[in-house]
Every structure is written in C-alpha cells, then in structure tokens.
Write a protein that binds this ligand. Structure first.
Ligand code: BG6
Length: 482
C-alpha cells in the first residue's frame, strides 16, 4: 500500500461545486412490472453482470424489489437533502417510458413517476443529473433487434430522448447519454443490449454497435441543445488509469493500447471524429464500418462535459500469461503496491488525481466524477439505541479520494462535481448482491431477499453532511487508506 500522501491542498472546493450522490434505476427502483413498465435486460440478469442471462424473469432477482425506491423515493430524497446534496444523479428506466423500446407512444405512468421524483428534488432544492441509459436497454430491443448492433436502435433512442427532453427539459439541466459507454467492449449485453457473450461477437459487429451508440449520442446532444438552450450534455466513461507493470517499453506500450481502448470514446465525444489509433485498429483487424455522411455530421455534435466513474487503476503487462484481477467491468494486472476492497478491487486514491489531470489535459472539457465509492460488508449495530453502521473504512476511502480531487483542482483541472456511487445501499450491478454496500444510508435488505427495507443513517452520513456543509473544507489531507 502506498503511504506517500500528497502535499496538502488547502481551502474548500470551488464555489458551486456539485456535491451529491448517484444511483441507477434498475439497482434501486424495484417495481419491475408495475406502472406499465416493460422488461429490461436487467430483468433477466438475476446474478448480475458476471453471470449469463436467463430466458425470462426469475424470482431470485433482487432487482425486482431492489430497495423499493419506486415507492419510497420521497423518504430517500429527504435523507439526501438532510446530507445537503446539491445534485442527485439517477437514471430513467427506458422500459418504464417505452416498455418494448420500439413503441410509438410513451407510457404516461412511467413519465408520471419521474415527474414525482423531480417534484421531490425541486422541493429540496436538489439539482437532477439524469443518466438516459444506464444498463437498462428494453429487453425487446436486445432480443428482437440484437441491441445496438442494429442501426434501428438509433431511432428508438432518439424517440425516447425526445420525450424526456420535451417533458423534463424545463426541469433537468444535466444529462448523460450512456452510462460507462466504453464498457460495451467488455460487457456487450449489459452495456449494449447485444445478446451474445463477448467471445461470440466479431470486432466488426462490436465496433458497428459502438458506432451506432456514438452516433445516437451525438444526435441527441444536438437535439438537447436545440430543445433546451441551457442544457449540458455529458458522456460517461469507466475511468481506469493504466500503469505499466514495469518500466519495460513493452509494458509501457501495452498500457498505451489498453488506455486507447477507453480514450477512444472520450476522443470521439469531445473531438467529433474517430482517432487515428482506432482507425488503425480497424485496418489491422479487417473492420469496415458502415458510416454515412449523416453519421459523420452527427458525431460532430460534441459534449459539454465529460463524466466518469472511478473505482480503481489497473496495471498492464506485455506478458499475456499474467492473470488479471477482479475489478469494475474490466480487471487489470494487479498492482503489487496497492491493497484491495473485500471484492478485490484495488484502492488507489492518487489514481483519481492522475486521471482527472489526464482527461483535463486531453479534452479541456469540464469533468464530473459521477461515481466513486467503496462496496463493503457493513455490520448494523446500535449506538444509543439507534441502528447504524460504524463505517470508518468508507469515510477513509472517500476522504482520501476527495483529497485527490482537491489536488487535481489545485493542479488546474476544472471539476464540476462529485456524486458518490450508491449514496444509499443498492443492488450491485456486478454480482447482484445487497451485501456489497456503498451507501451513507443502510437499507435493511439481505442477499436472500429478507429484511424490512427500513433505512438507517450510517456514520458516513454525518461525515458527508459535514463535507458538503463546509464545501469540502473538512476533507482531511492526513488520512491514509486503511
Ligand atoms: C459501475 C456501474 O460500473 O460500477 C454501476 O455504473 C455499478 O451500475 C458500479 O453499480 C459498482 O459496481 P458493482 O458491481 O459493485 O455494483
């Protein structure tokens, strides 16, 4: 574990810094078949990303109830307000609005639910940040169309976005087009609704699907700017700084190739065209994309800001025989200097400063950290008769990451805000567990589905409230990762 803590960065975070938390519909809402909602790919993923999908919905899918946000949103948003959230990132379930994805008309009951959520946020003065598509492609688009491999999805997505912009445009300023868009390279089903395992998918089909998503993202960015002059649209990327395992030039080059695979998504979103290294990858692999003149035009609608998730850095080696470790979407060669979470994800706060500097220098667009946090096993205890969790490990994790955000801001990067992942306990995307808890708020529900669904404030709840109230001034530079 690196103990090399950085020089202190002093003072609070910038004025207007958007402090808050983040969730995704399928991991919190439950009510999977209520309110006219259609099935999404998540309804056939009872064991999460890491297991193959089932034919239809099964009762062992914790997401069918999740944490019942669909019915308890008002109570939850009031708790976010108690912590002082300035912003709440949540996603809209596409299949609540268009149950089959290809419907002509939207489902009004679904729209009404998000109206109620927005009402509640407005009541508490919390700015919404909406992810339009967060691993929730309507199942019909996956099964009948082959997901994003099919160009028809651009039109369906556009229709969905138009409805969101028309109905919510006066209330929502910040939009993200696709959650962790680069994850499609590793997880084509969850990320692109493509009903094939990665090994069964050719580079040609994979990159054509990616192209369709990128075109869709550009097209709706233009639409958003046309319909909502004040709107800001961001892309969203899984960020992993890639370190060479050794100083050997072969390892350095391998690290560059791995980094390119993710950079490409930001390069296209920020520069409006394919980077040379990706065109070369196409040439070398016999990929010939179907790209129209209109597509090229659509891609030129660049984003206003870049958002990303950050959980860990990875190492790369030219030695392909080295086994990769676990991680968020893509694992990497383990870094011998770092410790890991209970789920094996390596912890590297300084990597966050590195990636912020890197992205800022590369794209010169404002950055938004929209996911960061520690999935851990929490133990509910009673303090003065009140149930809580003494989650000092989570406080340490977040504090150490925020120190690095402040350092990166001092380095000159423009950072819009920070929304911690799973600000309330949710069902994990990777393994579909509730016991992998990220929240400041404990939800009484277990992996076997038992529990009262009661909410309890953890120790980190008060800590984060103080962080926000002091605009980050209480973030302590001297705390090392446990
Ligand atoms: C990100 C996703 O990949 O990581 C989230 O955007 C997910 O949906 C988060 O929950 C943490 O991963 P996990 O597997 O711990 O839930």
């Amino acid at each position: 574990m690196s103990q090399a803590m950085t020089k202190p960065a002093t003072g609070p975070f910038p004025d207007g810094f958007l402090w808050g938390g983040a969730t995704a519909a399928n991991q919190i809402e439950g009510a999977y078949a209520e309110g006219g909602k259609g099935l999404s790919i998540q309804d056939v993923m009872p064991k999460g990303i890491t297991a193959p999908p089932t034919e239809g919905p099964t009762d062992d899918n914790l997401k069918q109830v999740a944490i019942d946000f669909y019915h308890r949103y008002a109570e939850d948003i009031a708790l976010f307000a108690e912590m002082g959230f300035k912003v709440y990132r949540f996603s809209i379930a596409w299949s609540r609005i268009f149950p089959n994805g290809d419907d002509e008309q939207p489902n009004e009951e679904g729209l009404a639910f998000y109206e109620r959520v927005l009402d509640e946020l407005e009541k508490h003065g919390i700015e919404p940040l909406v992810t339009i598509s967060h691993y929730e492609t309507p199942l019909n688009l996956a099964r009948s169309y082959g997901g994003w491999t099919n160009r028809a999805l651009i039109g369906f997505y556009e229709r969905y976005c138009r409805i969101l912009f028309e109905r919510f445009g006066s209330r929502v300023k910040y939009w993200l087009t696709f959650n962790e868009i680069n994850s499609i390279i590793h997880e084509p089903f969850v990320s692109g609704g493509i009903p094939l395992p990665r090994q069964g998918l050719t580079e040609q089909d994979l990159y054509q699907a990616i192209h369709h998503e990128l075109v869709a993202s550009g097209r709706v960015t233009r639409m958003a700017h046309g319909l909502m002059p004040d709107a800001q649209v961001g892309c969203m990327i899984v960020a992993h700084p890639v370190y060479p395992l050794t100083p050997s030039p072969d390892d350095v080059e391998q690290a560059m190739h791995t980094a390119h695979a993710s950079y490409a998504f930001g390069d296209i979103h920020c520069r409006g065209e394919y980077p040379g290294y990706l065109l070369r990858h196409f040439r070398d692999n016999g990929v010939e994309l179907d790209v129209t003149e209109q597509d090229r035009e659509d891609l030129r609608n660049t984003v206003d800001f870049v958002s990303f998730s950050y959980y860990m850095s990875i190492c790369e080696s030219a030695d392909a025989s080295i086994t990769k470790g676990p991680g968020n979407i893509m694992g990497g060669v383990p870094n011998p200097t770092l410790e890991a979470s209970e789920w094996g994800w390596q912890i590297d706060p300084q990597g966050l400063r590195v990636i912020i500097n890197d992205y800022w220098e590369r794209w010169q667009k404002p950055l938004f950290i929209v996911e960061n946090g520690l999935g851990a096993l929490d133990v509910l205890v009673e303090v003065d008769g009140v149930p809580t969790v003494e989650d000092d490990y989570r406080i340490r994790y977040m504090n150490d990451h925020l120190v690095q955000v402040r350092e990166a801001i001092a380095d000159g990067a423009q950072v819009m805000g920070y929304t911690s992942w799973g600000c309330i306990d949710i069902v994990s995307a990777g393994t579909s567990q509730l016991s992998k808890r990220y929240g400041f708020i404990y939800v009484d529900r277990n992996d076997d589905g038992t529990g009262t669904l009661e909410r309890y404030r953890k120790k980190s709840f008060g800590w984060y409230r103080d962080v926000i109230a002091s605009d980050g001034a209480v973030v302590d530079n001297g705390v090392a990762v446990a």
